[in-house]
Design a protein around this ligand. Structure first.
Ligand code: AMP
Ligand code: ZN
Length: 136
């Protein structure tokens, strides 16, 4: 398998690990958005968050809750962004599910995505479409 995160899990590629157990691995992102930026992955290969079994996802999220305060302490951060890119359109470059824990510092010059505006009855329209999709 060509997956670089599977190679990291196997030890075929180097990584700077901050946590490891039987099912999960956390390591520093090579190109951090802020220093201390950590990636958390299940060792088993699942392409996206949606393809990851629910129980494993829950435990992954629980691990993120343990790791995030440590990332903040180490980085002197006051907050963090939790990011999961799902699919190429959303910016997913590595097709092995991963959570980004991105420490945030006051005045780090990172800006939130600009918000768009709904026109006329679009809000109602979108809510109805989502509710309908949930029924399937
Ligand atoms: P995404 O766009 O959500 O798929 O993010 C992939 C992340 O993996 C990027 O932030 C990369 O900087 C990071 N990355 C890619 N290769 C490595 C590697 N060998 N070790 C650590 N981080 C990596
Ligand atoms: Zn993989």
């Amino acid at each position: 398998m060509d997956c670089i995160f599977c190679k990291i899990v196997k030890g075929d590629l180097p990584s700077t690990k901050v946590y490891e157990d039987k099912r999960f691995l956390a390591f520093l992102d090579l190109n951090p958005i802020n220093k201390g930026h950590v990636l958390v992955i299940p060792k088993d290969h699942h392409n996206t968050f949606l393809n990851t079994p629910v129980d494993l996802s829950k435990d992954l999220l629980a691990l993120v809750k343990t790791l995030a305060p440590a990332v903040m302490t180490a980085s002197g951060a006051n907050g963090f962004n939790l990011l999961v890119n799902n699919g190429k359109t959303a910016g997913q470059l590595v097709d092995h599910v991963h959570f980004h824990i991105i420490p945030r510092l006051k005045d780090d010059n990172l800006h939130h995505w600009p918000g768009k505006q709904y026109l006329d009855n679009e809000m109602e329209l979108f809510s109805k479409k989502i509710i309908k999709a949930l029924e399937k």
